[in-house]
Design a protein around this ligand. Structure first.
Ligand code: FES
Length: 378
């Protein structure tokens, strides 16, 4: 079945076939990024899905039309059964992408994952230099280890993406981040501004860049794209706070992406649990196909019926799908409202003013999930 095909009627809203599955294998993570988008209350190891359930779920996902599997966390390599999960993905015909902080990987493990059928590796960095990167992540030695793992990825012959979330403290280092991606032989660089959900929202005023920084970074990306045509693909996402049009978050609610939490809850987006009143089904209790087609959470904002003005009559309503429901809720108090990133939103001016105010002062210290302690790198 093609990813764009419609696979059934659910209540009155037709559901397209999903293309991607984000499998959060665990919330455990050795790093402590202050922009972590995982929820404030993390799911514990005792609630994590067992290997066989993930294997079953991946087969269900492939039958449903999913093509791409993103193995994420927390840090997915803390799962000892990762090779089995990768093998199951390959068997189901899914293209697997490991999204990793890389600090726990050994060359042998990476080789074993490649032999199990892993298709792609995405390594996240916090900054282009060890001092800032290790300081931000609260993980001494982590940056050097990431560069080492990037070399192994290339030696083993896997495609590599470098992912660098952007924020006030590293935005002016964007040219150095691009150089780093070139140097390690990445095919793709993802530089997306931090999204303010989960823990990142706690640190929003520290992380918020100025408008000038954002404008300069857009120029840096445009020049680098020209220079690196055919060498490095650069995906750049500017912060919503300085935009005038919202992004189609997740490509539209319930239109292409499924997110499964470590305990098996199936979410339409990473932050959907922040929306009160939504009911989330669990893969332990209901087949994935039924959840995708008919669950309360996926139905709630799928399509156009839920929209209020200004979205309902907007010419862009099937392009941006009203933007981000979680951002609408967090800023306006109602998930049904237009995303405040949209210039048509009654909240847009206040949204932009907030960014300008927060970025104009000195950056407060980051708030971390755990106190810092010394760690060693594998
Ligand atoms: Fe939930 Fe955008 S993060 S809709």
């Amino acid at each position: 079945m093609s990813a764009g095909a419609h696979i059934g009627e659910a209540k009155s809203v037709r559901a397209p076939a999903p293309i991607g599955l984000l499998a959060e294998l665990t919330h455990r993570c050795p790093l402590q990024c202050p922009y972590c988008s995982n929820p404030l209350a993390l799911e514990g190891v005792a609630s994590e899905l067992p290997t066989q359930t993930w294997i079953d779920v991946l087969a269900q996902a492939a039958r449903l039309g999913v093509l791409q599997l993103h193995l994420s966390g927390g840090e997915p390599t803390v799962r000892r059964d990762l090779e089995q999960i990768v093998m199951a993905a390959a068997k189901a015909g899914l293209y697997s992408n490991l999204i990793t902080a890389a600090v726990l990987l050994t060359r042998e493990r990476l080789q074993a994952l490649a032999e199990a059928g892993l298709d792609h590796v995405q390594i996240s960095i916090q900054a282009p230099d060890p001092g800032n990167a290790d300081g931000v992540a609260h993980y001494p030695g982590g940056h050097a280890k990431k560069l080492q793992v990037a070399d192994w990825v290339r030696e083993i012959g896997l495609p590599l993406t470098i992912n660098a979330p952007l924020y006030r403290q590293n935005l002016d280092s964007l040219p150095a981040i691009i150089e780093l991606a070139e140097r390690v032989g990445a095919q793709r660089l993802e530089v997306a501004h931090v999204q303010y959900y989960g823990w990142a929202l706690q640190n929003r005023s520290a992380l918020m860049p100025t408008r000038d920084q954002v404008m300069r970074s857009a120029d840096v990306v445009a020049q680098a794209r020209e220079r690196l045509k055919g060498v490095l693909v650069i995906d750049f996402v500017a912060p919503d706070y300085y935009a005038s049009r919202p992004k189609p978050c997740m490509g539209g609610w319930g239109r292409g992406i499924i997110n499964i939490t470590p305990s098996g809850k199936v979410l339409p987006c990473h932050a959907a649990e922040s929306i009160p009143g939504l009911m989330f089904d669990n893969v332990r209790e209901r087949p994935l196909r039924e959840i995708w087609l008919a669950s309360d959470a996926f139905q709630k904002f799928r399509g156009l019926q839920w929209m209020r003005e200004s979205c309902r009559s907007c010419a862009y309503r099937e392009i941006d799908w009203g933007g981000c429901r979680c951002q609408a809720l967090a800023f306006t108090g109602a998930a049904e409202n237009a995303d405040p990133a949209c210039a048509k939103s009654a909240h847009h001016n206040a949204f932009t003013r907030l960014a300008e105010t927060e970025s104009s002062g000195a950056s407060p210290p980051f708030v971390y999930r755990r106190p810092a302690k010394k760690r060693t790198v594998a």
